[in-house]
Ligand binder design. Structure first.
Ligand code: ADP
Ligand code: MG
Length: 302
């Protein structure tokens, strides 16, 4: 069987040697798994930011998709989260081979939350959190360990870095405060619940896909709803961000103060990643990204 690898997936090879090797091996991997799992291709391949997604039918004729993801740490436990949710609030997992980052998933619709009014979409995402945030399962990466490492790196940033020093200090202090009592409130987090990762379904109107799961505080979740669909905020960025924040906090039954703190932490961590990618002077796009994350961190503090 020959699969046409979408141009967007081929382009991922430019991200580095590991990506190039992954893209290179995809045609063989697809044909292996399609053969082993006795799948029938059923439409054109699509992709996300770091995956190839192929519509297929399984042996029962059920419409499913085969997702082959780039093997990064963040997505290593995607199958555990989906298994645990068992279709409640998220796409059903039909079969998985975590070592090859292959998932066979219930096929959902083509619409995602990008097509809705952003504030309404934030309400829907918040509602899904009520279902997804179940007591954590063993083996998941811990939020406290992950942000602890990031806080250490933030602590070593020079004072004259493009991220205001006051915000860097605030973020490291917040990490310690927000993770101090994690053990008592540890749930399974989606980790990347943005508009494009919620698809229309039939069993449920909306279902999550693509978790980057962590075990930790549920108030960690809102940030991706703030930094995605950024251009739509033009004209009233602060007001728009606060409307989104309030909608997700309300619908998700979140603790407003802790949610605000986590937005600050995640915005500063993302700004720091941007500096990492730059290794030297920032280009205009990287400067814009840093400005965006700083704006978010300030806006939620009203
Ligand atoms: N269960 C599914 N049903 C239908 N389409 C899907 C499904 N899972 C993923 N897709 C499609 O593939 C795209 C990429 O999948 P996603 O899991 O978000 O991977 P990535 O990590 O690359 O973003 C989605 O945006 C969606 O268009
Ligand atoms: Mg995605």
């Amino acid at each position: 069987m020959r699969t046409v690898i979408p141009v967007g997936v081929q382009a991922m090879a430019e991200r580095g040697a590991q990506w190039a090797a992954w893209v290179d091996g995809l045609p063989r991997l697809v044909s292996q798994i399609v053969g082993e799992w006795r799948l029938t291709p059923d439409g054109e391949a699509t992709h996300g930011h770091c995956s190839l997604v192929l519509p297929v039918r399984d042996t029962s004729g059920r419409p499913t998709v085969l997702k082959l993801g780039f093997p990064d740490d963040e997505s290593a436990h995607e199958h555990l989260a989906l298994q645990h949710w068992h279709g409640d609030g998220a796409a059903q997992l039909v079969r998985a081979d975590p070592a090859r980052r292959a998932l066979l998933l219930e096929r959902l619709g083509t619409d995602d939350l990008t097509g809705l009014w952003d504030v309404e979409a934030c309400g829907i995402a918040g509602g899904l959190m009520l279902t997804l945030h179940r007591p954590a399962v063993p083996r998941l990466r811990r939020l406290s360990a992950y942000v602890g490492r990031e806080a250490d790196i933030l602590g070593r940033l020079p004072r004259d870095s493009p991220i205001p020093h006051r915000l860097v200090e605030q973020a490291t202090t917040l990490v310690h405060a927000l993770t101090a009592d994690e053990g008592s409130s540890s749930v399974i987090l989606h980790g990347d619940l943005h508009y494009g990762n919620v698809l229309a379904g039939e069993r449920w109107p909306w279902l999550a896909i693509d978790p980057k799961p962590l075990a930790g505080d549920r108030n960690f979740e809102p940030a991706p709803l703030l930094w995605n669909r950024w251009d739509e905020l033009a004209g009233d960025v602060r007001g728009g961000l606060l409307r989104r924040f309030d909608a997700v906090v309300d619908a998700g039954g979140l603790d407003e103060d802790r949610a605000r703190g986590w937005v600050v932490v995640r915005a500063v961590i993302n700004a720091r990643w941007t500096l990492d990618g730059a290794r030297g002077a920032l280009n205009p796009e990287q400067r814009d990204r840093v400005t965006r994350f700083v704006t978010i961190a300030k806006a939620v503090q009203r």
